[in-house]
Design a protein around this ligand. Structure first.
Ligand code: FE2
Ligand code: FE2
Length: 334
């Protein structure tokens, strides 16, 4: 647990402790966070640390919520009752992940309304992977297997991140993500034992999703300035390139089991390195999608804005109900 230094009075305002040199305070914070001490909501933290976390956690929350859309598209068309209930449970989990994460971000002093406004006005980002369409039922399997699989690689180290409320939310999220990955793989395993057309549908989905999934780990370490600071603060524990390599290494034997290939002629096991080599990522596609020009960016954002506007009456009713309850409690106390 990270607690304030003994010589720093526990106070709400930074101006109340003029005796402590701000730089020294920050250096001490960095040192503690870097060595794995946990920072809690009421602990002193540098403004840049707070901002980085709000950006990362809210972006993560938005990704969970927007990520419900491509899969929601298939609820009515799932091929059996069993697959429909699995898919519904999975999508519902994602909604829950969004809620834990908004709550974690709120502990840093940003309101949910502010975060949602940033999403709806296009100021905040969410994971670009959700700007790709789900064209066939096999896409639902590939999302679980590869997209949730990549998310797990990214998120397991976050269970040890320096900010307590975020780390604790991630523990539960990761448990659920592993169910998501397995349901996707299970769906594909069924397709792999199916007809020629089903196997072709699976292969086509892998071909379309493979490269966008590799991009989910973010730019190469040498091009990622945010990463360095996040590593120093113990928010991030493993670099983008390392995580991407771990993901490729873990995925190859699973692909073999499914009987699929990957759309990369350079993908092969490198005995000397003890890892799979893979080809160059087309970062122009990544930035194009990040900057709003992916196949579904407009549609996804519009769906979120519509849901927010159509849900206004629910929020108003909930507030009116809460006011009524509070008035009743107050009247009873009087
Ligand atoms: Fe999730
Ligand atoms: Fe998930």
């Amino acid at each position: 647990m990270y607690t304030q230094a003994m010589d720093i009075p526990n106070t709400d305002g930074p101006t109340a402790v003029p005796a402590i040199n701000e730089q020294a305070r920050e250096a001490e914070f960095n040192e503690r966070a870097g060595r794995g001490e946990i920072v809690e909501a009421k602990d002193w933290m540098p403004e840049a640390y707070r901002k980085t976390l709000v950006r990362q956690i809210s972006q993560h929350a938005h990704s969970e919520i927007v990520g419900m859309l491509p899969e929601g598209n298939w609820v009515t068309r799932a091929p059996s009752l069993k697959r429909k209930t699995i898919l519904l449970a999975k999508i519902q989990d994602e909604g829950g992940h969004g809620l834990y994460l908004y709550a974690a971000a709120e502990t840093l002093g940003t309101s949910r309304d502010q975060m949602l406004d940033a999403l709806h006005t296009g100021k905040a980002k969410y994971s670009s992977i959700f700007n790709y369409p789900t064209l066939t039922w096999a896409d639902i399997g590939v999302i679980g297997w590869l997209v949730d699989g990549a998310a797990i690689m990214n998120q397991v180290p976050l269970c040890r991140c320096s900010y307590g409320p975020y780390a604790r939310a991630m523990v539960r999220i990761c448990k659920e993500e592993s169910f998501h990955q397995r349901q996707g793989f299970d769906l594909l395993l069924a397709l792999s034992k199916g007809s020629e057309a089903q196997r072709a549908m699976m292969q086509d989905a892998v071909n379309r999703w493979w490269w966008p999934v590799l991009m989910m780990f973010g730019p190469h370490d040498k091009d990622s300035q945010n990463s360095e600071l996040s590593m120093k603060w113990g928010i991030k524990r493993i670099s983008n390139d390392e995580l991407r390599q771990q993901f490729v290494d873990a995925t190859m034997p699973q692909g073999e089991l499914l009987g699929v290939t990957f759309p990369d002629p350079d993908l092969r096991y490198n005995e000397a390195r003890g890892h799979y080599d893979f080809g160059a990522i087309d970062w122009s596609e990544f930035w194009n999608v990040v900057n709003g020009h992916g196949p579904c960016n407009k549609e996804r954002l519009q769906a979120r804005v519509d849901a927010w506007e159509e849900g206004a009456w629910v929020r108003e009713a909930a507030l009116a109900h809460a006011r009524k309850q509070a008035a009743r409690v107050a009247a009873a106390a009087a």
